[in-house]
Design a protein around this ligand. Structure first.
Ligand code: GDP
Ligand code: MG
Length: 441
């Protein structure tokens, strides 16, 4: 999947101290291939890669993040941007009813969406009316009626006298009905074809002109690949729309449709449909989608927290020490304090690849533990703190007495220290501990 491919790209960056232009080029090439394989449209891929390249080359070595993390951050931000940044909300008519027209190919999920949208709007205190203007497909009206019943909203269906066989007349009559019955929103379900088709497009145009919707939502099955772009363009040029709804995001959509549609059509993705049940529906959140595409929710949280909480100076100094293997017991103590201050991020360390033991060594510390560690370390001579290797059996006894702890507690601390130091120099070479630069070993 796209997520797998992207995390592969980032794995190739681990252990990099700084990014050379060659690294950036190679990384961009790999991201490009990953996007193309996920059926993202070529112009979108080009624009995306250009942005990544520009930003990655401008990256200044940061204290809080290592290069792999910085690239992940950039890619994430650009994904959010290409998915539309902020979510656009529905606009409502000054004089109700607000008319929302659904357009899209057959099977895209329009009728299901009509029910989902109605339920969601009803939950916000609106009184939506569903209008069955798909008279093409056998049972389309019945399907809408079932969906309406599930949502607990009324459905306007053609009857003798109000336009049997004429979807435009039904739409017009439906809106008139809504005015009389004080429905504040009308959702018009329309017919689709299996492929883009002139008759279907004309019918959609006629319905549009008859009811003048505030919102025309183009409903797009996220599972379709490169065709998504052609279809979206055909609807943009044929009927026009001012919002997109992505459906079937619960399937193993490759991400191409989601990433392309906004850029290609210039219209925002507004809602996401994520299952067959009416409740499987939400406002579209570009940031959530981006982190889903990256498949790195935990990493992104960590990056954010690391940036927020990590004191750059300390990190810088610590990283230098780790790299030079000069990490001392005093640093160890300082690190424990820092982790305590960071709070939950200590727990997040465990989510990093290979950091499980690091977490055991450092993050599972409670306050008493830190106090005892502090007492033990303070009972050491400066020479011992700088070079714990000299702490032999008789020194251990002296330190234990001086700190009011047992020899085995002193032993445990010294062991933990060596363990942590080993862990840190290996971690410094991975995507890492926030701020850690790879060691040169
Ligand atoms: P329409 O032809 O555009 O009206 O599409 P329908 O609403 O009839 O949906 C076509 C099929 O897709 C139906 O079997 C729906 O149950 C299914 N469907 C619609 N939306 C979703 C979704 O978000 N996830 C999944 N898994 N199935 C969906
Ligand atoms: Mg339908």
């Amino acid at each position: 999947t796209l997520s797998d491919r992207l995390s592969g790209v980032f794995t190739n960056l681990r252990g990099k101290g700084r990014l050379t232009p060659a690294d950036v080029d190679r990384t961009c090439r790999e991201i490009r291939v990953a996007l193309l394989e996920a059926d993202v449209a070529l112009p979108v891929v080009r624009a995306f890669i250009a942005r990544i390249k520009e930003r990655a080359n401008g990256v200044i070595v940061s204290a809080a993040l290592n290069p792999a993390q910085q690239i992940i951050k950039i890619v994430n931000e650009e994904l959010v941007a290409i998915l539309g940044g902020e979510t656009r909300r529905l606009t409502y008519a000054k004089n109700p009813p607000t008319v929302i027209m659904l357009a899209g190919l057959q099977g895209a999920g329009k009728t299901t969406l009509a029910g989902k949208l109605a339920l969601w709007l009803k939950g916000q205190g609106h009184t939506p009316l569903l209008v069955a203007s798909d008279l093409q497909r056998p049972n389309a009206v019945t399907q809408l009626q079932i969906v309406g019943e599930q949502a607990g909203v009324q459905v306007f269906a053609p009857e003798p006298g109000n336009g049997v066989g004429d979807p435009v007349a039904v739409a017009r009559a439906g809106v008139a009905h809504a005015k009389v019955r004080l429905h504040d929103i009308v959702i018009v379900d329309t017919a689709g074809r299996l492929g883009v088709d002139a008759d279907m497009m004309q019918q959609a145009v006629d319905i549009r002109d008859a009811v003048q919707p505030q919102e025309i939502l183009f409903v797009l099955d996220a599972m379709v690949g490169q065709d998504a772009v052609t279809t979206a363009e055909a609807f943009r040029d044929g009927v026009g729309f001012n919002g997109v709804v992505l459906t079937k995001l619960d399937g193993d959509a490759r991400g191409g449709a989601a990433l392309s549609v906004r850029h290609v059509t210039g219209q925002p993705i507004m809602f996401a449909s994520t299952g067959e049940k009416l409740a499987d529906f939400d406002v579209f959140h570009p940031d959530r989608m981006a982190s889903r595409i990256l498949g790195m929710g935990d990493m992104l949280t960590l990056i954010e927290q690391a940036e927020q909480h990590f004191e750059a100076d300390q990190a810088e100094a610590m990283a230098a020490k780790m790299a030079g293997n000069e990490f001392t017991l005093e640093d160890f103590l300082e690190q424990m304090m820092m982790i305590r201050k960071m709070g939950p991020i200590g727990g997040l360390l465990g989510m990093l690849p290979g950091a499980g033991q690091m977490k055991d060594a450092l993050a599972n510390v409670d306050d008493r533990d830190i106090d005892r560690t502090a007492a033990i370390i303070q009972s050491m001579t400066p020479a011992e703190r700088q070079d714990p290797k000299i702490i032999n059996a008789s020194r251990r006894q002296r330190i234990a007495r001086g700190s009011g702890s047992t020899v085995s507690q002193v032993n445990a601390l010294v062991e933990r220290f060596f363990e942590a130091r080993k862990m840190m120099s290996s971690m410094a070479g991975r995507f890492g501990f926030p701020g850690a630069r790879p060691s040169n070993r």
